[in-house]
Design a protein around this ligand. Structure first.
Ligand code: 26W
Length: 822
C-alpha cells in the first residue's frame, strides 16, 4: 500500500518568497558567476538559478546524512552502470516546491524559466529502460525515505547524439559537461585505487581454504567520486548519487617527459582516463570488449571499497556488513562485485572464505532485465583471467562450492550441473555473469510478473530448482513527479481540481478519477488538456525537425530503443498497408493519424539502423503524397532522449507496445503513456499484462500471440511464407517495400530485411500482422466515438497509480532489502 510518509502529517507546502529568490539569483549571478544582469547570457541565468536551488538542497542533504549517521540503520546501495537522469533543474525546483515562486522571481528579472530550463543538458548516462529505471528509483528512494546511495560511472560522453542525415542515423558525441556541471561535487578524499592484471601469490600468513592471497596488480588507476544530490518529493530526504571518474596514479611521468618521451609520459594518464570516457551505446549484444569489463570492475570495486570503508567507520566490524548494507546489482553489469567483495573480505580483512561467502550472499541481490540470450553477459575465461587473476580463482572456488551442493541433490543430472556452472564449457570457455550474480545473491528478481515467470522457466530454470525461494517479482514503476507532475502540469492541475491533491503523495489515489470517466464535462476537460499538449508538441516538432502535424489527428507513438524484438518494423509495415488502403478506398471515413517514431539504434546493429532508414523512407513518400494528405503522416523524431520523452508522452493518444510476446522484460514507456492518458495497443508482453489487469480488458487493445503461443509456434517450425501468402494486405505491403517503392534510389535496400521475414521471421512480424491490423481498425473505431475514447483515456490515468516507482521501491524495501522507511 502506498501511504504518505507512514501516517505522518503531510508537510505544509514550503513558502518561498519570490522577491527573496530574485535577490538570491542576482546575488549568485554577481558573486559566483561574476556577471551583472545586463551582461548575463541565458546560460548564466540557468547557472544562477541552479545555484539558488542547490543551496537549499544542500541544507536538506546535510541533514539527511546526519540522520543516516545517527539512525545507525541499514543502507541500500544501488549499483548500476547506467543512470539515465535527464535534466535535473525542473526535478529539483518542483520537488523543493519552489517552482511557481522561482517562475515569478525570474519574470520579475525579465527571464523566462522555461527558456533557461531548455539550456540544461540531458545527463544521458544510460542507454534506455534499465538506465531510466535506475533514475526513477533514485528519486523514489529519496521520496519514500530509503537511506540509499546510487553508484555508477561519470562518463564524459554519455549516450551519443543521434542525427538523421538523408534518413540514416549518424552518431555524434554528446558533451554534457561542456559548460561544467553545477550539480556535482568532487570528493577527492574518498578516492580508491583500482588494480588490473598482474600476479597472485600466497599471502604471508595463509588462512583457511581456499587461502588468503596477495594480488599485485600490474596496472593501477584511481577512482575519484563525484556526488550529485537527489532530492525526493517535497524535499524531505536528499540521497547521493556517487559517480566514479578514473584518474591516473601519476598524471605525468616527469622523468620520461624530460627525457623527451612526451607520448610515453602521458600514456598511463590517457589509458586511465579512457576508462570512464564513454558509455557503451549497446543495450543488447556486446562483442566481449575488454574495456567494458574494465569499466564494470572499476566502478564496482570502487563502490565496494567505499561501502566497506563506510561500514567499518560506522560499525567497526566488517563481519556485520550484511546486517547494515543491502547491495542491489542492476543487471549483471556489476556482478563481478560478488567476487570482489569476497576478495576484500578474505584477502584484505582476513575473513575465511566460507564466512566471506555467506556475508556476500546475504548482502547482494540481483535484478535481471532481459532474457535475450545475446544480452546475457559472459566473458571469455582468458580475458577474465588476465584482467582479474584473483577474481578468476575466486570464481572457481565459488563454482566448486555450488556444484558440490548441486551434485548431492537427487535428479540433478550432468546437464543441470553444467547449466548452473559459473563457467560455460560449450565451445570457448566463458564466465557466466548471470549465474555468478544469481548464486552470489539472496534474492533475484524479474521486472514484471510474466518476465519473472519466464526467468524461472528459461534462463534460470536449473538454478531456480536449486534455490526455489530466491526468484521473486518486482514489477517496474516510474516516478510520477517527472512523468506526470513536471511534464504535464496541465493534467496535474485538472486532476487536483477534480479529486484534490492527495494523489501527489500517493499515486494510487488517482483511482478516484474512475468515477469521472463517464462525466461529460470532465471528459471534455481531460481531452482539452490532451489537445493542448498535442498543440505544444506540434509547435515543438515544427521548430525542432520541420515536421508539420495536425493536432487534431490521432497521435500514434512508438518511442524506445530500436530493436527487432520491439517490432518497429511491424508498425512501419502497418503504415504502408494503411497507406495502400487509404489510396484504394478514398471514399471511406479514415481516422486521421500521425505515426510518430523515436529511438536510437546501437551503432553496430545493422538491421536496427536499416529500420530507421525505412521509417524515414516511408515517411518521405507518404508525407509527399497528396492522396493521403491530412489522413496519414509519419514523423521520425531525431535524438529521442529524456527531454524529448517529456514532450512526447503527454501528447500521445495511442501507445505502441508491440514487442514479440515473451521478449520485453517489462517496458516502462508503456507506463509513462498510461499515466498521461494514452490508450495502449499492445501484445501480452512484459508489464502490458499488468496494465491490462489494472485498466480492465475493455480499456486496452490487445492483439497477437501470447508468449506461450510464440514458443509453441517456434517449436513447431513456423512458415512465414505461408502466412504471408494468406494475407493480401501484408503481402502487398512487404512487396512494396521489397520492390523499392520507398527506396527508388536503391531499390534493393530492404531486400535483406524483408527476406528475413520470409525466411525465418524470428520476431513473428508476419504471424502477428493480421491481428495487429485488426486491432488498429478497432482503434480507429474507438477514435470515431469521442466519448468512448475520452472515457478509456481517463480510465488509463485513473488506474496508473500502481505503476508508481514509489510502490516498486516499497516492495524492494520490504521483501529484499529489509530496510525501514522513514
Ligand atoms: C550487453 C550489455 C547490455 C545488456 C542488457 C546492456 C544493457 C542491457 C539491458 C538489460 C537492456 C535494458 O535496458 N533492458 C530493459 O530494462 C527495462 C527496465 O527493467 C525493462 O523495462 C525493459 O523491458 C528491458 O528491455
Amino acid at each position: 500500500m502506498n501511504k504518505p510518509q507512514k501516517g505522518l502529517p503531510r508537510p505544509e507546502p514550503r513558502q518561498f518568497d519570490s522577491t527573496v529568490l530574485a535577490k538570491e539569483v542576482v546575488e549568485r549571478l554577481t558573486y559566483r558567476i561574476g556577471k551583472d544582469a545586463a551582461n548575463a547570457h541565458k546560460h548564466d541565468w540557468l547557472h544562477a538559478v541552479i545555484l539558488v536551488i542547490r543551496d537549499r538542497i544542500i541544507d536538506a542533504w546535510i541533514r539527511t546524512k546526519k540522520e543516516f549517521h545517527e539512525d545507525k540503520g541499514k543502507r541500500v546501495y544501488y549499483l548500476s552502470l547506467e543512470f539515465l537522469i535527464g535534466r535535473l533543474m525542473r526535478d529539483a525546483v518542483s520537488n523543493m516546491e519552489m517552482l511557481e515562486q522561482m517562475q515569478e522571481a525570474l519574470s520579475s528579472l525579465n527571464v523566462d524559466l522555461d527558456v533557461v530550463a531548455e539550456l540544461e543538458p540531458d545527463a544521458a548516462l544510460g542507454n534506455g529502460g534499465l538506465g531510466r529505471l535506475a533514475a526513477c528509483f533514485m528519486e523514489s528512494m529519496a521520496t519514500v525515505g530509503v537511506p540509499a546511495y546510487g553508484y555508477g560511472i561519470r562518463y564524459v560522453n554519455g549516450m551519443f547524439r543521434q542525427e538523421i542525415s538523408d534518413g540514416w542515423q549518424v552518431e555524434l558525441p554528446e558533451t554534457w559537461l561542456a559548460h561544467g556541471n553545477p550539480w556535482e561535487f568532487e570528493r577527492r578524499e574518498f578516492s580508491y585505487e583500482i588494480g588490473f592484471a598482474g600476479k597472485v601469490e600466497a599471502a604471508e600468513e595463509t588462512l583457511g581454504t581456499p587461502a588468503k592471497m596477495k594480488w599485485s596488480p600490474q596496472e593501477r588507476v584511481v577512482a575519484t567520486p563525484y556526488d550529485t544530490p537527489i532530492v525526493g518529493w517535497r524535499g524531505n530526504q536528499v540521497n547521493s548519487l556517487r559517480l566514479w571518474s578514473a584518474k591516473p596514479i601519476d598524471p605525468i611521468l616527469l622523468d620520461q617527459f624530460n627525457a623527451g618521451d612526451h607520448q610515453g609520459a602521458l600514456r598511463e594518464s590517457n589509458r586511465a582516463q579512457s576508462l570512464t570516457r564513454v558509455l557503451y551505446p549497446a543495450d543488447s549484444s556486446l562483442a566481449g570488449q575488454s574495456l567494458r569489463l574494465r569499466q564494470e570492475y572499476f566502478f564496482t570495486s570502487a563502490s565496494l571499497q567505499d561501502i566497506v570503508r563506510r561500514h567499518i567507520q560506522d560499525f567497526g566490524d566488517v563481519r556485520t556488513l550484511h546486517e547494515k548494507a543491502s547491495i542491489q546489482l542492476n543487471d549483471t553489469h556489476p556482478a563481478v562485485g560478488v567476487a570482489e567483495l569476497v576478495r576484500l573480505l578474505v584477502d584484505v580483512h582476513d575473513i575465511e572464505f566460507a564466512e566471506a561467502w555467506e556475508i556476500a550472499r546475504e548482502t547482494f541481490s540481483y535484478t535481471n532485465h532481459t532474457l535475450l540470450p545475446e544480452a546475457l553477459e559472459s566473458w571469455p575465461v582468458p580475458l577474465f583471467e588476465r584482467l582479474l587473476p584473483r577474481h578468476m580463482q575466486l570464481v572457481y572456488a565459488i563454482n566448486a562450492h555450488i556444484l558440490k551442493k548441486a551434485r548431492k541433490i537427487e535428479g540433478f543430472d550432468d546437464a543441470a550441473v553444467s547449466a548452473i556452472s559459473l563457467i560455460d564449457e560449450n565451445g570457448e570457455r566463458r564466465v557466466r555473469m548471470g549465474n555468478l550474480a544469481f548464486v552470489g545473491s539472496h534474492k533475484v528478481n524479474g521486472v514484471s510478473a510474466l518476465h519473472t515467470e519466464l526467468m524461472k522457466q528459461t534462463v534460470f530454470k536449473d538454478l531456480h530448482k536449486l534455490y526455489p525461494e530466491r526468484i521473486n517479482n518486482k514489477t517496474n514503476g516510474v516516478t510520477f513527479r517527472r512523468w506526470m507532475m513536471q511534464c504535464n502540469p496541465e493534467l496535474t492541475s485538472l486532476i487536483e481540481a477534480t479529486i484534490g491533491a492527495d494523489f501527489k503523495d500517493d499515486a494510487e489515489q488517482l483511482v478516484r478519477l474512475n468515477k469521472f470517466a463517464d462525466d461529460a464535462a470532465f471528459q471534455e476537460k481531460f481531452m482539452e488538456v490532451k489537445l493542448q499538449k498535442k498543440i505544444a508538441l506540434s509547435n515543438h516538432l515544427k521548430n525542432y525537425c520541420g515536421a508539420k502535424i495536425d493536432p487534431n489527428a490521432m497521435f500514434d507513438i512508438q518511442i524506445k530503443r530500436i530493436h527487432e524484438y520491439k517490432r518497429q518494423l511491424l508498425n512501419i509495415v502497418h503504415a504502408v498497408a494503411l497507406y495502400d488502403q487509404i489510396r484504394s478506398h478514398p471514399e471511406l471515413d479514415w481516422a486521421p493519424r500521425v505515426k510518430i517514431f523515436g529511438g536510437k539504434a546501437a551503432p553496430s546493429y545493422h538491421n536496427a539502423k536499416l529500420i530507421i532508414k525505412l521509417a524515414n523512407d516511408v515517411a518521405r513518400v507518404i508525407n509527399n503524397d497528396p492522396a493521403v494528405q491530412g489522413l496519414l503522416k509519419i514523423v521520425f523524431v531525431p535524438n529521442y532522449n529524456v527531454s524529448q520523452a517529456e514532450r512526447l508522452f503527454p501528447a500521445a493518444d495511442l501507445s505502441e507496445q508491440i514487442s514479440t510476446a515473451g521478449m520485453e522484460a517489462s517496458g516502462t514507456g508503456n507506463m509513462k503513456f498510461q499515466v498521461n492518458g494514452a490508450l495502449t495497443i499492445g501484445t501480452l508482453d512484459g508489464a502490458n499484462v499488468e496494465i491490462k489487469e489494472h485498466v480492465g480488458d475493455e480499456n486496452i487493445v490487445i492483439f497477437g500471440m501470447t508468449a506461450e503461443e510464440v514458443a509453441a509456434r517456434r517449436e513447431q517450425g513456423y512458415s512465414p511464407r505461408d502466412v504471408i501468402e494468406q494475407s493480401k494486405e501484408l503481402k502487398q505491403a512487404l512487396t512494396a517495400i521489397q520492390s523499392g517503392t520507398f527506396s527508388p534510389d536503391d531499390p534493393h535496400r530492404y531486400s535483406g530485411l524483408i527476406d528475413g521475414i520470409y525466411e525465418h521471421d524470428w520476431f513473428m512480424v508476419a504471424a502477428d500482422f493480421d491481428s495487429y491490423s485488426n486491432a488498429q481498425r478497432r482503434v480507429d473505431e474507438i477514435w470515431s466515438d469521442k466519448k468512448l475514447w475520452a472515457k478509456m483515456a481517463i480510465k488509463n490515468t485513473a488506474n496508473s497509480g500502481w505503476f508508481s516507482s514509489d510502490r516498486t521501491i516499497r516492495q524492494y524495501a520490504e521483501d529484499i532489502w529489509k530496510v525501514g522507511l522513514k
